[in-house]
Structures are given as structure tokens and as C-alpha cells.
Design a protein around this ligand. Structure first.
Ligand SMILES: C[S@@+](CC[C@H](N)C(=O)[O-])C[C@H]1O[C@@H](n2cnc3c(N)ncnc32)[C@H](O)[C@@H]1O
Length: 218
């Protein structure tokens, strides 16, 4: 299946906009990843990939947006961390050399990936038995606050699952995103054969992020 590299025409804006962002998954991941082969799926310009490498992981970053990968590779060249960046569709495994990963992360990106079942199946396939998978999402139940609109399309409701743009600033204003119900995400993981381990929500007054840890059964 082909996919659209939505971020390629917004790469300069996105890199500037996210310069100060701390990857949401960072404090949900083990502080020590020494010796683990870790996949950063939909890695963007490699912010989280570099955190994973600092923690001792052998990191492979995969993304469909060549313009973001170019930024990631520039950083890798300037300050080598041993990260391998590959161009590829997260909803398939054509980029994979067949060597299983100990763990995988998809940070704030599943809502950007148009083929959710494809991405979950790909993760389940590339993990070793017992391997872990952490994903973080813009919370599908977020009802909006201040200038930030709800997760779901404003001309629809929570159950309106489709790609949409806010027409404002921010990532959904520039690039757009897919709204899906929380059950859709969780069922996609289950149908790919993954087992859930832990959930978290940030911030708890009005959560904007949902964090999930699951595992491929042994
Ligand atoms: C909001 S960004 C998050 C990037 C990165 N994970 C981070 O935390 O900075 C979403 C990313 O998903 C990538 N993406 C969207 N669809 C994809 C696909 N089918 N395959 C691979 N990457 C994809 C985009 O190119 C973009 O880099």
C-alpha cells in the first residue's frame, strides 16, 4: 500500500515548532536500554531516537518523510550516536532486514499514520517474542482547551473517525491528523496479537496524551 508523506512539505516548520519538545514517551521508557535493539517507528527528525541512543539502545529510526529524515541524518552526522535511519512505510515491513527488535516506540505518530492496522501488524512482526512496544497518542478523548481544539473533527463528534485539519496553527493546522476512538487504537493492538501491560494519561486534569505499553507474547 502506498502512503502520503504529509510532513515533507512542512518539514522546516515542524522542526522549528518542535525544537523544545520533550518526547512524550521518554519518561514511560526504561532509563537504561543498554544492549537493546530498539525501533523508533515514525521517528520524524529523530528527537526520541537520540534519547533512546543516549540510554544505550542500538536504534533504528523509520519514517516516510524524506525531508524529516534528512534533518535526522544531519544531526547524526554532526553528533554521531550510532542511529540508523531508514525511509519506509510504518504500515509495512519492506524496510526491515529480518533482524528482530527487543523493543519499539511510536511517539505521537499513530494518529499521523493512515493505516493503523498495518502499523500494528508491522510492529508485532518485527518484535522478538516478548519484545515491548510503547506508543503515545494525542489523547483521542481530548475535548479541547484554550486555543487547542478537540481531538475529533469540530464538524463531527468523538465517533467521527477521519483525517482532518484544524485550519489553525499547530501540527493539525499544518499537517492534519487522523482522529480515531480510543477503542480503535486498543483493538488494533489486540488484533495484531499484542498484550497490554500499562496505560498512562498526561496531564491528568485534562489529559492531552495517552501512553500505552504492550508486548508481543512469548
Ligand atoms: C507528529 S510526527 C512525530 C515524529 C516523532 N515520532 C517525534 O516524536 O518527534 C509524526 C510522524 O509520523 C510520520 N509518518 C506518518 N505516516 C507514516 C507512515 N505511514 N510511515 C512512516 N512514518 C509516518 C511522519 O512523517 C512524522 O514524522
Amino acid at each position: 500500500m502506498t502512503t502520503t508523506a504529509w510532513y515533507d512539505s512542512h518539514a522546516d516548520w515542524y522542526v522549528t515548532h518542535t525544537q523544545e519538545w520533550q518526547p512524550t514517551a521518554a519518561d514511560f521508557l526504561p532509563p537504561d536500554l543498554t544492549g537493546q535493539a530498539v525501533l523508533d517507528l515514525a521517528c520524524g527528525w529523530g528527537q526520541l531516537s537520540r534519547v533512546l541512543a543516549e540510554r544505550g539502545a542500538a536504534v533504528t529510526g523509520v519514517d516516510v518523510a524524506e525531508q524529516l529524515l534528512a534533518r535526522a541524518r544531519d544531526l547524526e552526522q554532526a553528533e554521531p550516536a550510532g542511529i540508523r535511519y531508514l525511509a519506509g512505510n510504518a504500515a509495512g515491513t519492506r524496510w526491515w532486514d529480518g533482524t528482530p527488535f527487543d523493543g519499539a516506540v511510536c511517539n505521537m505518530a499513530l494518529m499521523d499514520i493512515d493505516d493503523l492496522p498495518g502499523a500494528m501488524s508491522a510492529v508485532a512482526r518485527v518484535l522478538r517474542p516478548g519484545g515491548w512496544f510503547v506508543f503515545t497518542l494525542f489523547h483521542p478523548c481530548f475535548p479541547g482547551r484554550g486555543d487547542t481544539l478537540s481531538s475529533w473533527p469540530v464538524d463531527g463528534g468523538y465517533g467521527t473517525e477521519r483525517r482532518w485539519t484544524t485550519g489553525r496553527d499547530g501540527v493539525r493546522g499544518h499537517v492534519g491528523a487522523n482522529h480515531r476512538m480510543v477503542s480503535t487504537y486498543l483493538n488494533a493492538a489486540l488484533r495484531a496479537g499484542l498484550e497490554f501491560e500499562e496505560f498512562a494519561e498526561r496531564d491528568t486534569d485534562l489529559p492531552q496524551a495517552l501512553l500505552v505499553r504492550c508486548r508481543r507474547p512469548r
